[in-house]
Write a protein that binds this ligand. Structure first.
Ligand SMILES: Nc1ncnc2c1ncn2[C@@H]1O[C@H](COP(=O)(O)OP(=O)(O)OP(=O)(O)O)[C@@H](O)[C@H]1O
Ligand SMILES: [Mg+2]
Length: 501
């Protein structure tokens, strides 16, 4: 190949260009790209002329409004408007901000009600924030995580004993409309009163009256002080509803990173999925199964993967997640429920028929599971509850046969009666979480047959007596089985536990 010698002109050209640039240079703010709003509506704004925009980047408009990019195509981008606004018009200038969306976080958020952007909804001054946390951020890598090994008590008898939850676990609450899903999550939040777990309750797309009710329930139970409510009301745009769980997660994540144990409730992800579907259809993405966009699984997985327990080196904090999903006619094989079942570490299934029969909380134990909580359960509780659960499951199977009028022998009859007793014992009003000591007391009493033959008033009375004693008298959970049995017997007989010795 011949060697070409550059002409003098070619050498000089860049030099000239540089000189010209220098001569023209003026100090001042330089914005590299200026876009224009091409159209807007339904909380979505389309912008042309910002080719270097990134996904999730904030775009600033000439009127001071902002929007978050969620769709990039060759000639334009789609963004979620962060505020309902009249001032933004087609043709207005748009600029890249270089920032992603985040939320102000800090101690001051405890006891507050905010929207997904961090603005107060409780009529008080804006919360003071110590830090800024991105809404969408990668989940902690494996090396930063640790096993789930400490229990998170819900105060609900059937859960703490038979479907235990650990700190850092993701446990789905699933059931039809009006089966007590929110009540269960609220009770769990209330039960964290007086211990070190900070809670975030995310309400997505609920009526204002429900929001106020949730807030009042928390306040009256003395649980608002350790809780932050993140609310995207029913009237909020689909974009704001879409952001809500990520905002709640960010608040909890900041505390987890600071070494706290946290609990976050997403009430509920069915509404969240619908908001995302609405956004996706507005953005003209191709719909998939049940018209949901194909990446809905990724969206929920990304959210729930951020819940974990951190290793000691990372501060040892944790984020337990209780996502809620609504089913229709008990159909757990629908798209969103199956996705969530496969992302979480177990589910608590609420059954409409149990609810109708007054078996509250309406938890169907045969369809509920906690895949990792057992490792976090207290040894003593685990020892007692293992037997109880087995008894209960056998009873439920047996009960089906009795419906056909099958003749039962004496031992089966006995089992049925014990099962029916257990079903009564497990009934629990809402807003009435029970301490772990009182759970131990009823378990021991039931397993040792001390409650046999009781029903109605007498059973309620016996359980109340056990509970009152367990909550006033200190007895180590790890005391021997014999000791527990003797003490519980003494309690039932109305004696103090010194007499049991
Ligand atoms: N353990 C319980 N004891 C008595 N009542 C209960 C219990 N749990 C729930 N309820 C009542 O059942 C009703 C429905 O409960 P809740 O609103 O929690 O259900 P949900 O599944 O969250 O409903 P939605 O689908 O509307 O969100 C409420 O009136 C609540 O007070
Ligand atoms: Mg609800």
């Amino acid at each position: 190949m011949g060697h070409t010698v550059p002409t003098e002109a070619a050498v000089r050209r860049p030099l000239q260009r540089q000189q010209a640039w220098l001569a023209d240079y003026r100090f001042g703010l330089r914005l590299s790209e200026r876009g224009k709003v091409s159209s807007l509506g339904d909380g979505i704004v389309w912008v042309e002329g910002l080719p270097s925009a990134r996904l999730d980047e904030l775009i600033a408009f000439a009127d001071g409004n902002e929007a978050m990019v969620i769709q990039l195509s060759a000639d334009r981008l789609g963004a979620i408007l962060l505020k309902d606004t009249q001032s933004l018009k087609a043709g207005m200038d748009a600029y890249l901000s270089g920032r992603g969306l985040g939320i102000g976080v800090g101690e001051d958020l405890l006891g507050r009600v905010i929207d997904p952007l961090g603005y107060p909804l409780d009529g008080l001054a804006p919360p003071r924030t110590d830090n800024w946390h991105p809404l969408d951020i990668g989940s902690p890598p494996i090396v930063e995580r640790d096993f789930v090994e400490h229990p998170l008590y819900t105060g609900i008898k059937i859960i703490d004993t038979m479907i235990p939850i650990g700190r850092g676990q993701r446990q789905l609450i699933i059931g039809d409309h009006g089966t007590g899903k929110s009540a269960l999550a609220l009770d769990t939040v209330i039960n964290q009163r007086g211990n070190d777990v900070r809670c975030v309750y995310v309400l997505i797309g609920q009526k204002r009256s429900s929001v106020v009710q949730t807030m009042e329930t928390l306040r009256q139970s003395g649980a608002l002080a350790h809780t932050t409510l993140v609310v995207a009301e029913a009237t909020a745009t689909a974009g704001i509803k879409y952001l809500a769980p990520f905002a709640g997660c960010a608040v909890a994540e900041e505390w987890m990173r600071a070494g706290h144990d946290t609990l976050v409730v997403y009430d509920d992800l069915s509404t969240h999925a619908r908001a995302y579907r609405e956004l996706s259809l507005l953005l003209r993405r191709p719909p998939g199964r049940e018209a949901y966009p194909g990446d809905i699984f990724y969206l929920h997985a990304r959210l729930l993967e951020r819940s974990t327990r951190l290793a000691a080196k990372q501060g040892g904090g944790s984020m337990t997640a209780l996502p809620i999903v609504e089913t229709e006619q008990g159909e757990i094989a629908a798209y969103i429920p199956t996705n969530l079942i496969s992302i979480t570490d177990g589910q608590i299934y609420l059954d409409a028929q149990l609810f109708a029969r007054g078996n509250l909380p309406a938890i169907d134990i045969t369809r509920s599971v906690s895949r990792i909580g057992g490792k976090a359960q207290d040894e003593a509780i685990k020892r007692e509850a293992g037997r109880t659960k087995l008894d209960f499951l056998q009873f439920l199977e047996l009960e089906v046969f009795t419906r056909f009028g099958a003749k039962l022998d004496a031992s089966m009859d006995q089992r049925i009666r014990r099962g029916q007793l257990l079903r009564e014992v497990l009934k629990q009003d809402r807003l009435d979480p029970q301490s772990i000591a009182s759970q131990m007391a009823w378990l021991v009493a039931y397993n040792n047959g001390l409650l046999d033959g009781l029903e109605g008033e007498t059973l309620t009375h016996a359980l109340a007596k056990l509970r009152a004693s367990a909550e006033t008298v200190e007895l180590d959970l790890d005391a021997s089985q014999d000791r527990w049995r003797d003490v519980v017997r003494a309690w039932l007989e109305g004696k103090g536990h010194e007499q049991a010795a």
